[in-house]
Design a protein around this ligand. Structure first.
Ligand code: NAG
Ligand code: NAG
Ligand code: NAG
Ligand code: NAG
Ligand code: NAG
Ligand code: NAG
Ligand code: NAG
Ligand code: NAG
Length: 663
């Protein structure tokens, strides 16, 4: 068994390439006076406080006010859940909230932490603030970088945090200072962009608010509390690396067991002194009857585990995704994919009580596998309850689905009906811009699937090949090949990217994340199985692909850096790891901002040719001091379309996005 084997048995369905990604314009509002009064009465010590409440950057954003400089020091280290810092957690649940205690789902495992917290420190600033984060690598023996997921970094391309594309990784014992302006408003997050560190805990919220006058959604809610942020992800009993290696080299699966919400969850059972089953605590969100609250959801997930969210006895109003406002839609539930963010409004219009907020894992988390699910508590104020009180019903997987309108429904495109609303059926509040012009300047088709080739990094034919097909014929269609996949995009151009999930192998879905830009999702359709690029082109020629060129949802803003290298990749870590990524080179190298002074360099140390050189081997004119030259070298290799990047995965769907690359 291996990566190719476990989803077998369920051919049919699916589709969707769900595009996730970056954020932008939005609007939000923070604390008004009512909130400040209320905060005084909140028992902060009983909540899992992720936010540095003393940081003056967490404030109401005022139009015309001077921006602030917001400083943080991230100390990244290997650590452990349910450590000695947890004392008697969870038998004494107060102990679970002690400093440095990471209860997780109750299982003891190694984790990567920032400042001994999971999630790491929440960054909450106003648009235009300067964010300065010193990242100290205390991991001991591995490198790291931090990506600010949703910030386009147009003016700060070297702060994007992609190893070997925008910076050399930060080595152990080194400190790297990220400094950039928070430009894209809305709900975003930061996370390690190296290896499986995000899966192991290296992530946190990044919220950028704007003044109420600039916020078209302000009228729909009363509170936008710093504590009403939900960071969700799939969670395992072992590290991401162990899971990955066992999956590729042995016969372990890639199916998550549970989910965490703000680092908390109930999963492992403990028996207390009264012979009662107890769990590690869940996240709690407090509301007051009669008021409307803005919640911000971030999916930091790492495996193929879309998460469906609903709140018992309440409906939600979805108002924003990836930092971009949409025309509000009322719904019963919402599905989020790895890397996506959604904002919704919840009206506390029920009887004061405790209600479950339910999180249900789909795809590789669903009932065919381990039924991964989780809960958090919606707690009305005025109840005489403690952190040991929970809603009466015992949560389970089946109860975590509620019938009703669902936003961003799994495997649906524009062919879907009004019950299951897919992304391109939502309307952006940001009306027409040049990315929606009728004829793009350039069109690229990017097709992908899982291919039945032995990947020599994992399966060495003939000794223990998986498909025994290696070296069967000529070219990359028959043999495993690899190179860095690059696409060149001229500055000031509108590019249409058509993703075609060929859909021969397995049902999977790929949340594709684009750095540096946002895009309009102009069409998305599920066609059935085994789709080829030729068929999609033919459909398009016959006028069968309907694009929304009026107000297609923006999964990021349309302005773009002055050139630069930007990575476009699947946000499922295992897929990125086996090649599902492409680097976009926007503009010419001469269009790009200069590399900062004294920027760290990396590369091989091979100073002298051992034998006499011939031809281009002798060319030492390539300045090894230039970081850009290092990245540039990706583009010289004539990577064919059958590169390893294409060889990653899945379904049968097409999705068309439009991006304007403007100066
Ligand atoms: C919070 O309570 C303290 C002490 O009771 C008081 O001094 C302070 O003014 C209150 N703050 C707000 C915002 O009401
Ligand atoms: C539980 O832990 C808290 C500190 O986290 C402590 O104050 C309290 O006394 C403990 N309760 C019991 C019953 O030991
Ligand atoms: C504890 O509870 C379990 C199941 O409820 C029961 O089988 C067991 O006998 C109980 N043990 C004691 C010591 O009461
Ligand atoms: C919540 O909804 C359920 C199912 O409709 C209902 O049985 C229950 O009474 C409701 N709870 C409250 C507190 O209203
Ligand atoms: C709150 O609950 C505690 C324990 O359940 C009880 O002792 C106390 O009297 C209650 N207080 C109120 C105001 O109901
Ligand atoms: C929408 O489609 C689903 C299945 O695809 C079906 O169960 C549901 O009844 C449909 N809803 C409406 C309103 O047509
Ligand atoms: C690969 O070859 C081995 C040895 O001949 C065989 O046991 C195995 O079933 C083959 N694998 C596949 C996927 O055909
Ligand atoms: C898709 O292609 C695969 C491999 O060529 C084939 O086994 C399968 O039957 C096809 N499925 C459909 C629905 O055509």
């Amino acid at each position: 068994m291996s990566i190719y084997s476990e989803i077998q048995g369920n051919t049919s369905l699916l589709l969707v390439v769900s595009l996730s990604i970056l954020g932008t314009v939005v609007a939000n509002l923070v604390q008004d006076k009512r909130e400040l009064v209320e905060q005084n009465t909140t028992e902060i010590h009983l909540e899992y406080v992720l936010l540095d409440e003393d940081n003056p950057c967490v404030r109401t954003c005022i139009q015309g006010a001077a921006p602030m400089i917001c400083r943080y020091h991230f100390k990244m280290e290997w650590y452990h859940t349910v450590s000695k810092a947890c004392y008697n957690c969870p038998l004494n649940s107060s102990d679970c909230f002690r400093p440095d205690c990471i209860p997780g789902d109750g299982h003891k495992r190694a984790v990567v932490t920032i400042n001994r917290q999971i999630p790491g420190p929440m960054i909450q600033v106003c648009q235009g603030d300067m964010v300065v984060v010193d990242v100290t690598n205390m991991l001991g023996s591995e490198a790291t970088t931090i990506h600010w997921h949703g910030q386009h970094q147009k003016e700060y391309p070297y702060m994007d945090g992609v190893p070997y594309v925008t910076q050399c990784p930060i080595l152990p014992h080194e400190t790297f200072r990220y400094a950039f302006k928070a430009k894209q408003a809305g709900t975003h997050f930061w996370h390690s962009h190296l290896g499986m560190q995000r899966a192991d805990g290296a992530y946190g919220a990044f919220i950028v608010r704007i003044p109420e006058e600039e916020n078209p959604q302000y009228q729909f809610y009363d509170y936008d509390l710093p504590s009403h942020v939900m960071v969700v992800l799939d969670w395992e009993k072992e590290t991401g690396l162990e899971k990955f290696l066992a999956h590729h080299h042995n016969d372990d699966d890639n199916k998550p067991t549970t989910l965490l919400v703000n680092g908390l969850g109930r999963f492992k059972e403990f028996i207390d002194e009264f012979n009662t089953t107890v769990y590690t605590p869940t996240a709690r969100f407090k509301v007051k009857q009669g008021y409307r609250y803005r919640f911000r959801v971030i999916n930091a997930g790492f495996l193929n585990c879309p998460i469906e969210i609903s709140v018992d006895n309440h409906t939600i109003k979805v108002i924003s995704s990836d930092g971009s406002d949409i025309a509000p839609v009322d719904a019963t539930s919402l599905v989020t994919y790895a890397g996506e963010r959604f904002d919704f409004i919840l009206k506390a219009d029920q009887e004061p009580d405790l209600y479950w907020i339910r999180f249900r894992g789909l795809m590789d988390c669903d009932e065919r596998f381990k039924r991964a699910h989780q809960v958090a508590v919606l707690e009305y104020e005025g109840l005489n309850t403690t952190i040991d009180d929970y809603p009466d019903s015992t949560p389970n997987y089946d109860d975590s689905h509620r019938e009703g309108t669902q936003i961003n429904a799994l495997n649906r495109g524009t062919e879907s009906n009004e019950t299951f609303i897919s992304m391109p059926q939502l309307e952006s509040l940001e009306k027409w811009d040049v990315s929606l012009k009728s004829k793009p300047d350039i069109q690229y088709y990017l097709a992908y699937d899982f291919y039945t080739l032995d990947n020599s990094h994992f399966h060495k034919a003939p000794h223990y090949g998986f498909f025994n097909k290696t070296m069967a014929g000529k070219g990359c269609e028959e043999n495993y090949c690899e190179c860095t996949h690059g696409l060149e995009v001229p500055l000031n151009s509108v590019v249409e990217l058509v993703f075609v999930d060929e859909g021969v192998a397995y049902d999977a879905n790929h949340p594709l994340h684009l750095h540096g830009h946002s895009f309009r999702v102009v069409a998305m359709e599920r066609l059935g199985q085994n789709v080829t690029v030729e068929e999609v082109k033919s459909r398009d020629e016959r006028g069968l692909i309907k694009r929304n060129l009026l107000d297609a949802p923006l999964k990021d803003t349309v302005t773009v850096p002055d050139g630069g290298f930007w990575i476009f990749h699947c946000h499922i870590e295992f897929h990125t790891e086996i090649g599902m990524a492409v680097v976009l080179k926007v503009g010419e190298t001469s269009d790009m901002l200069p590399v900062p002074k004294n920027f760290p360099r990396c590369g091989d140390y091979l100073p002298e040719p051992v034998t006499e050189c011939v031809g281009s081997d002798c060319d030492t004119s390539c300045d090894s001091n230039s970081f850009l030259n290092h990245v540039e070298s990706f583009f010289g290799e004539g990577c064919s379309k059958a590169s390893v990047i294409d060889r990653a995965l899945l379904y049968i769907a097409i999705c068309i996005v439009s991006i304007a690359f403007l100066r």
